[in-house]
Design a protein. Structure first.
Length: 169
């Protein structure tokens, strides 16, 4: 709930949503739609980037909760069929462990991480998309770079946030 759920959700979001943001904004950039917004005195950051950043920052924790639920339920099915641990015993041990490790802190730490990861993915995708040049080739490069940079930043931020949450939370 604190480590794997937010981490895997962020990787999936980076691959799907981050690249899509970079490709969409990159296509708009190379077809001069961004310049047209500026000519009409519309700030592209406020109009195109800010809604995406807010949406992914809020939606990533929701997807993380979903991933955590699926992980726990999947773990119970594997425990039953692989090592013959009954559902009742699995869930009793799960709740005992969560109480021992302050379960709400685990949950909130994971949700904080996923919010930061969502913000990072959207900022990387949007910034690379807005700076796209050189036509369709540039759009492909922006999408690929958005995934790679997001992956690297997720790894770095996960390390930093895990140590900070462990130390101060």
């Amino acid at each position: 709930c604190k480590e794997l759920g937010p981490f895997m959700t962020a990787f999936i979001l980076a691959g799907r949503v981050g690249s899509a943001m970079a490709a969409e904004l990159g296509t708009m950039s190379v077809s001069e739609e961004i310049d047209a917004l500026r000519v009409m005195s519309i700030d592209p950051v406020k109009y195109l980037v800010l809604p995406r950043v807010i949406a992914l920052s809020l939606f990533a924790p929701i997807l993380t909760i979903y991933a955590n639920i699926l992980g726990v339920v999947g773990g119970s099915v594997v425990a039953l069929y692989q090592i013959d641990v009954e559902y009742a015993a699995y869930y009793n041990n799960l709740f005992d462990t969560l109480e021992q490790w302050r379960g709400m802190d685990l949950l909130y730490g994971g949700l904080l991480k996923s919010m930061v990861f969502g913000m990072t993915i959207s900022l990387v995708g949007c910034s690379l998309g807005l700076r796209t040049t050189h036509g369709a080739e540039g759009v492909g490069q922006a999408a690929r770079k958005a995934v790679v940079y997001s992956f690297l930043l997720i790894l770095i931020l996960n390390y930093i946030m895990s140590s900070l949450i462990e130390r101060y939370w």
